[in-house]
Design a protein around this ligand. Structure first.
Ligand code: KIV
Length: 261
């Protein structure tokens, strides 16, 4: 049985933490799904981890859809959520409807995610949800606003933490089914998680969120740089580098292929 958005809300009520990770291609998606990840996010962080851009801003809707289709083909069980990239939803609810509709229709994803919770975004979320498009919110550090916010922790002053809390409430009222809380103080994330009925998925937001998400390239030790709150559970840069160096040596020394290859 595939994971549903209703199940995520039930899991919050039952106190069962939600496991979420990002994926950008077929094999990564297949490995995550087979390992039992609940929610697979085709995050626009793929601009940096898979396409080599400095920020998430340059990635296009077409590029996101290309990656989302590959991820979708690798997933049987997890809920697949796709990020709406920069400037494909902020202009108007119509623009958001067009972009989100294309993602759902053409990639087979289950839901979209967008950043921010100010009034216009909450209204857009309301319109998308009314049209039958499940939406996940994202507040706190929002990487699409890097030129305004940098990659600094958000919500450190009382005014800023009040703003983030009201954005999260506005997104829930607009019909979002879950909200990513990125790089905010743990106490603020705990307060938001307690206040909302829908689950919060934290990244750099402490242990009291209803679930946790990491960028899979960071988890695997594939990224050349990663945020301070990420944890690597493997060092694939080292493993892959060694495999490639070993292959190169064996080719140059005429040791590969052997008769069995
Ligand atoms: O793009 C992404 O990978 C994300 C996660 C950091 C939640 O939005």
């Amino acid at each position: 049985m595939s994971v549903t958005i209703q199940q995520l809300i039930q899991w919050k009520q039952q106190g069962r933490p939600i496991v979420a990770l990002t994926a950008w291609d077929y094999p990564v998606a297949q490995l995550l799904d087979e390992a039992g990840v609940d929610l697979i996010l085709v995050g626009d962080s793929l601009a940096m981890v898979a396409l080599g851009y400095e920020t998430t801003l340059p990635v296009t809707l077409e590029e996101m859809m290309h990656h989302a289709k590959a991820v979708r083909r690798g997933v049987e069980k997890a809920l697949v959520v796709v990020d709406l990239p920069f400037l494909t939803y902020q202009e108007s609810p119509q623009q958001a409807m067009h972009s989100a509709g294309r993602i759902l229709k053409e990639t087979g994803a289950n839901a979209v995610k967008l950043e921010g919770g100010y009034d216009a975004i909450a209204q857009t979320v309301y319109r998308l949800v009314q049209a039958g498009i499940p939406v996940m919110g994202h507040v706190g550090l929002t990487p699409q606003s890097v030129h305004q916010l940098g990659y600094r922790q958000q919500g450190k002053t009382p005014e800023d933490s009040e703003r983030i809390l009201s954005e999260a409430i506005a997104l829930e009222q607009a019909g979002a089914f879950a909200i990513v809380l990125e790089h905010i103080p743990a106490e603020l994330a705990a307060q938001i998680s307690k206040r909302l009925v829908i689950p919060t998925i934290g990244i750099g937001a402490g242990p009291d969120c209803d679930g946790q998400v990491l960028v899979t390239a960071d988890l695997l030790g594939l990224s050349s740089r990663q945020p301070p709150f990420a944890k690597s559970y493997a060092n694939l840069r080292q493993t892959i580098g060694k495999a490639v160096r070993d292959f190169s040596i064996e080719v140059r020394e005429h040791q590969f292929p052997e008769s069995g290859h």
